[in-house]
Design a protein around this ligand. Sequence first.
Ligand code: BGC
Length: 739
Amino acid sequence: MTRVARRLPASAAPAALVVAAAFACACGGDGTASSHVDSGESTGSGSTDASGSSSTADDSGGDDAAAARVRYCGDAAEQVEARIDDALASLSTADKVAMMHGASLSVQDGAWRVEGNAALGLPGFKMLDGPRGVGSGSGETATVFPVAIMRGASWDPELEREVGAAIGREIRSVGADTLLAPTLNILRHPRWGRAQESYGEDTVHIGAMGVAFIEGAQSERVIATAKHFAANSIEDTRFVVDVGIDERTLREIYLPHFFRAVHDANVGAVMSAYNQVNGQYCDVNAVLLREILGEDWQFQGFVMSDWLKGTHGDVEAVRAGLDVEMPRGMHFSKLADAVADGELDEAELDESLRGTLRAQLCFELDSDPAVPDAAARETEAHLELAERVAERGMVLLRNEGVLPLDRAAIGEIVVAGPLADLPNIGDEGSSAVEPAEVVTALEGIVDRAGAVTITPLAAGLPTPADEAIIAAADVVVVVLGLTKDDEGEGVIAAGDRSSLAVPAAQLELLAAITAIGTPTVVVLEGGGPLLTAGWIEDTDAVLMAWYPGLRGGYAIADILFGDAEPSGRLPASVPVAEADLPEFDNVSESVAYGYLHGYRHLDANGTAAAFPFGYGLGYTTFSYDAIALDTDELEQGGSFTASIEITNTGSRTGIETVQLYVAVPDSSFVRAPRDLRAFGQLELAPGASGTLDLTVAARDLAVWDEHADGWVIEPTTYTVQVGSSSATLPLTASFTAQP
Ligand code: BGC
């Protein structure tokens, strides 16, 4: 077994992704992906030498503090440090402390404020949520994008970059400069009330999507915030729960996507979580904030607390690595006295404030302040993007041939279900966004129906008259699932889900409808997986539509009528039963997070999912034809590239998400049977074949060895498994890692 140095030189710089190809790893690492098309039509111009890459590798990415500052700030780094030195030399202790906490409990003029210092030209911050658009706290309407889990289902980081940029533009258009997003917590269990804010259950996938969002937002000159650091995935006990977690699990499963946010995307800010990790609240958790984020990763921005119940100390918090208390100075207003009493050194205060000022100046909040501009919100381009993303995130779970609906062959569609005409855009907690209008599923279907008659059904179980209408129709579309009343943020909204089941009354309605015998299509909404066993067999098709944003109704209709191709793939496993997943304990004040969850847990137990991670149908089909590795012996510090050939074997153009997993059958560590290590997409015309290159760095195969206190790459055989989901992996190849 080879121990990998914890600080390796940084290598690849971020590069543009072309047709697809996202990549990440358990701990950072080189990665590239590219694609080319052998025949037929495809996206791109037939041949691309695309490259997407992520960075190294170990916990710091090889940076020392100076290099990390250049990475964070660019060419202005030195100048900014000099300005910070000058500011710190002339600010009084009281002035400094005023810049280390929020200014008031509630938003002022549409944002949460952190004071600056006008005399020194230091701007402070204007902060606003959030993860699916401009937070409703702004008092303004804004574009509501599909929730993050639906965007995760697109498996398309380039699309997510566009969403990040659009939200960034809208955030600036309300005069704010700091975006309280993305939520980078892993979906450990789908009953988590904020499942919808997560990209899904896998760290590599979250890392790729999160990096893209942050880069998009920050390209519009707002500071993005990676939240909530760390292990935050229960709502009902979020203010108290102590998450017990071993270091290997923390480093390999719960943190790598945060590392990528810091190292690959240069995220401006990090928000500490409400919960405790291993007996310490996150805002006073020196292991998380100072050691891992500060020392190992060399994060150069600032750490803010989560709101109100998110702080537990003053001097202790500063020493642990918390820089800004939000939304006001409950604890931090005492810091000036602590300095006066000799309890805290002025130098410690300065060190903390340094990251805060660096963020303000490196992001040029002083010279390029956000200017309110109503015309920049809900623009046609943003509405179109929201619709396109919704189309790309829909996951077709079942299709017995009824979809796509053929307008030429269908006379009448009945639309039923309690969510059919409900604006259903997600949680009412901090991620809430207020749009000018929402297109419901029914409105979308009516709009796109052409000459087909659309007959909406009144709420409640079908009456005999309704039954006759359904019997006479060609198809019935039933819109079911969850709403903001079923799941959301803890305390201020609905909290955790009480079950993974579709509400019983809805299943009763569905049973009454399917008994009639008219082909039945279910559109399922909600922020995460719902159980399908026991009812899905009676349906003809099921489309997972999540919370699809303000134009979601159009996207639903476009998929149903086949005007758009279903290309979404599940970013989280749908189990047969809740008992198949690790326990979800949102009652105890202390819980243990094990190494396995999601597909890794199901695979380890040999339990089949109802619908596995990565799964999704299209209206076309793909064959996986060949895999070739560029090496069968991987050197430490090297990388391998898998070239994967697939063919569109159906009759429509479609996008395939190619997933690369790695298994280590002879490992001396406890491992999941396989871990996602890379993915990418190819869009191919009927009959066309294409080759996608996915590159994985040796470093991405490392495990955290608690005894060695570092990453190790086992010199053993690694099996590469490639396919369309974690359970369908027809292509395999293997290589050996060198000692
Ligand atoms: C949430 C954060 C949010 C903050 C401000 C907290 O309750 O956990 O995600 O950014 O409120 O709205």
